[in-house]
Design a protein around this ligand. Structure first.
Ligand code: SIN
Length: 511
């Protein structure tokens, strides 16, 4: 098998991976960034709409908002680090280095507001902030630094030896090679591809979490899967809901940013009534888990929930969203049909704020890491922020160790009998199971059914991943491993808290 090496290997081309690679290179490291994406559009971060929260009036209110949203499950020290490094990291990388054109209001930034924020503190570019950052970031790494960016390169497995990680097996154009590294940073994004309706791209197959877990790294908080309350309700716009991740053939759902509610958008049920004020004093801007639960039950009860944008300068403030609605035959003036969709995994590989995991020389940053900043429910516009801050810190740690060549067993394509459509059919089954039993509401019976079905699925998939090396199969394996971690954590935790709701138990977190 061919072998390459570098001091630092970063897996993932979203904001966390780019920040880690940039910082490792600034620290003098020899860095390779491997991303399975062919274009920035395929990364999870590209799809982030709302923006990046930073301290405005005082850090204490920002800290308090994160901890309140996290339903008592945040690590206060991690939150402290996130808040204190937010503005310096944004200024250094996004403003001074990349010159991201954040929206302004006169001479000031136009700070936006989203749910559960006690003030307007969100830097944004329209409601397409990730799309404004990612192409710049990747281009900058490519053109202005010594980082080697390997696109369309899939990490299949980590290389481990005596409790340490020494790099990864990489697949590119069908060829598998080993890449040895002194420090390996996983920054692979979320898990949305395990659900029918998600705001993530199809590439969000939980790769880093699965590879880390299979290598023996600790994971935590996997039951806290956040559902965003307002994704386009494809059932009401005549779409088949097919998520092919291709924006030019856009038939899937898409996010209607919380920023729309921050600007005055309100939710109405199928009878035209505003239902949120009765449920929470913050109405449509209540914490995400509360709004998502209410949207799901009102949609079920009255047939539809619509985002009423009549009080919002929708076309002027959200031109990208207005265009996408109209392309899908929805006139925003009539109210935009919405439904909850899987959005963010608050759990992941257990990591500190330097990205250090339980395995030597393995770091994790961004959505695939569980650093404790999100607790049981993430505050809006803190995901790009966490990726930036933790990615930057992890990059500084993942340098200075020479790569070591260790023994690696070679996977090979040796089984010609992989049935056609095997991966796509199994992926459909996984999504159906997760959506039915591991969504907003969970019960022990449903979770047990999910566990049985996904274990069987994993057995079928494993039989092929032992002999095949295709990206599609490994993504399916990773999605099933991650799904099982969610199911196990949700089964073991009978307490409803934040975005984990067990409707079969009375155990309810109360602060
Ligand atoms: C949104 O724009 O509503 C999503 C922002 C986020 O999830 O942080």
């Amino acid at each position: 098998m061919n072998a390459t090496d570098s001091e630092t290997l970063v897996v993932g081309g979203g904001i966390a991976g780019c920040a880690a690679a940039l910082e490792a290179a600034r620290a003098g490291g020899d860095v390779v960034l491997a991303t399975k994406a062919a274009r920035p559009e395929e990364t999870n971060s590209y799809w982030a709409q709302g923006g990046i929260a930073v301290t405005r009036s005082d850090p204490e209110t920002f800290r308090a908002d994160i901890i309140e949203a996290g339903a008592g499950a945040c690590d206060p020290d991690a939150v402290e680090t996130l808040v204190s490094e937010a503005r310096p990291a944004v200024e250094d990388i996004l403003i001074e280095t990349l010159d991201v054109p954040f929206d302004t209001d006169g001479d000031e930034f136009d700070y936006g507001r989203e749910a559960a924020h006690s003030e307007s503190r969100i830097l944004h570019v329209d409601a397409a902030t990730g799309a404004a950052i990612l192409p710049r970031f990747l281009a900058y790494l490519d053109e202005e630094t010594d980082v080697t960016v390997r696109e369309e390169t899939t990490a299949l497995d980590l290389v481990t030896h005596e409790g340490r990680v020494h790099g990864a097996l990489l697949e590119q154009d069908g060829a598998v090679s080993v890449h040895f590294a002194g420090g390996t940073v996983l920054a692979t994004g979320g898990i949305g591809a395990a659900y029918d309706r998600t705001t993530n791209p199809d590439s969000a197959t939980g790769d880093g979490i699965a590879m880390g877990a299979l290598a023996g790294a600790d994971v935590a908080d996997m039951e806290y899967v956040q559902f965003h309350p307002t994704a386009l309700d494809t059932a009401l716009v005549g779409s088949d809901g097919d998520r092919d991740g291709d924006e030019s053939d856009d038939t899937g759902t898409f996010l209607l940013s919380e920023a729309v509610r921050g600007e005055g958008g309100v939710l109405r049920n199928g009878d035209g009534e505003r239902f949120m004020p009765e449920i929470h004093p913050d109405g449509s801007l209540a914490p995400r888990d509360v709004v998502a639960g209410a949207v799901a039950s009102e949609r079920e009860r009255t047939g539809a929930v619509r985002l009423d944008v009549s009080e919002v300068a929708f076309d002027a403030s959200f031109p990208g969203l207005a265009k996408r609605c109209r392309e899908r035959g929805v006139d925003p003036e009539d109210g935009i049909p919405v439904a909850p969709a899987e959005h963010f995994c608050c759990g992941g590989l257990a990591a500190d704020m330097d990205g250090r995991t339980s395995l030597g020389r393995l770091f994790a940053a961004g959505e695939c890491a569980r650093t404790g900043v999100h607790g049981a429910n993430r505050l809006a516009s803190t995901s790009l922020l966490e990726g930036l801050v933790v990615g930057r810190r992890a990059g500084r740690q993942a340098v200075g160790v020479e790569p070591e060549a260790v023994e690696v067993s070679e996977p090979r394509d040796s089984d010609p009998d992989l049935p056609a459509r095997f991966a796509s059919e199994k992926a459909d089954r996984l999504r159906r199971t997760m959506t039915e039993y591991v969504g907003l509401e969970r019960t022990s019976d449903g979770l047990a059914r999910a566990a049985t079905s996904i274990r069987r699925l994993k057995g079928e998939v494993d039989a092929y991943t032992r002999t095949r090396t295709s990206r599609e199969l490994y993504e399916l394996r990773n999605a099933t491993v991650t799904a099982l971690l969610v199911v196990r954590a949700a089964t073991e935790n009978d307490e409803s808290r934040g975005c984990h709701h067990r409707s079969d138990t009375e155990v309810q977190y109360a602060d």
